[in-house]
Design a protein around this ligand. Structure first.
Ligand code: VGL
Ligand code: ZN
Length: 223
């Protein structure tokens, strides 16, 4: 059996981190040393993703009328632009990772020079896109990134997912990686959640889907 692992570092951006991030995840910066350690391992393929929204993105509370426009709280229903029968309930957020802003920049302490690709996501203002592969609509999908093609073209077998946030973009990226046919691993100490109380449900979802959570030291690369 061949084994070809890829490391995918999700959304390690200023807006998801203290001290200035608009959607700062507690301890978001603390995972960078673990991620830099992983980047020094001989993964044949390393990829970073960036949440990269236009200012009029549907997930920003500021783009919706009161009273149902409270960041972190309000939920809205999004229709699939290609199939209005299909809808998604989604959470509204503070403006974050707006293209061209400092908040959208990758953390300077992240050794991004070691990645071969930077995949941007969330550019389509009409849909939320937590997964770095695609938006959540299925009939049909509205927006897809180039991530699946990069991984398949490289004949990757295993995907290791790290970054921010554990309960949103890391979660949906890992679940989609497994759906794409990759053996998928999340490195526990190299991710942090927006809401720690959500993680038990996320681990249950991983268990069902076959995504495995491991420690950094177990993410050593087999050959
Ligand atoms: C994310 C909320 C909104 C993430 C992105 O990267 O986890 N969370 N947009
Ligand atoms: Zn976002």
């Amino acid at each position: 059996m061949t084994f070809k692992p890829a490391l995918v570092v999700v959304d390690l951006q200023e807006d998801f981190c203290p001290p200035h991030g608009s959607l700062a995840v507690q301890g978001g910066r603390d995972i960078v040393p673990a991620i830099n350690d992983l980047l020094s391992l001989p993964f044949p393929l390393k990829i970073a993703t960036k949440d990269f929204h236009p200012q009029d993105h549907i997930s920003f509370a500021s783009n919706h009328p009161a009273p149902n426009n409270k960041p972190f709280q309000s939920m809205i229903t999004i229709k699939n632009p290609h199939n209005p029968e299909e809808t998604q309930e989604t959470r509204l957020w503070p403006d974050h990772c707006v293209q061209g802003t400092t908040g959208s920049e990758l953390l300077p302490e992240f050794h991004v020079g070691k990645v071969q690709h930077i995949v941007e996501k969330g550019q389509d203002k009409r849909v939320e896109m937590y997964s770095a592969f695609a938006d959540p609509f299925t009939s049909p999908t509205v927006s897809r990134s180039k991530l699946a093609k990069i991984l398949h073209d490289a004949a990757v077998t295993d995907v290791y997912v790290v970054g921010l946030a554990a309960d949103y973009c890391v979660r949906f990226t890992a679940l989609d990686a497994q759906k794409e046919g990759f053996n998928t691993w999340v490195v526990g100490e190299a991710t942090k959640p927006v809401d720690a109380s959500a993680m038990e449900a996320v681990y249950a979802e991983y268990g069902k889907a076959g995504v495995r959570v491991i420690d950094k030291d177990d993410a050593a690369i087999r050959r």
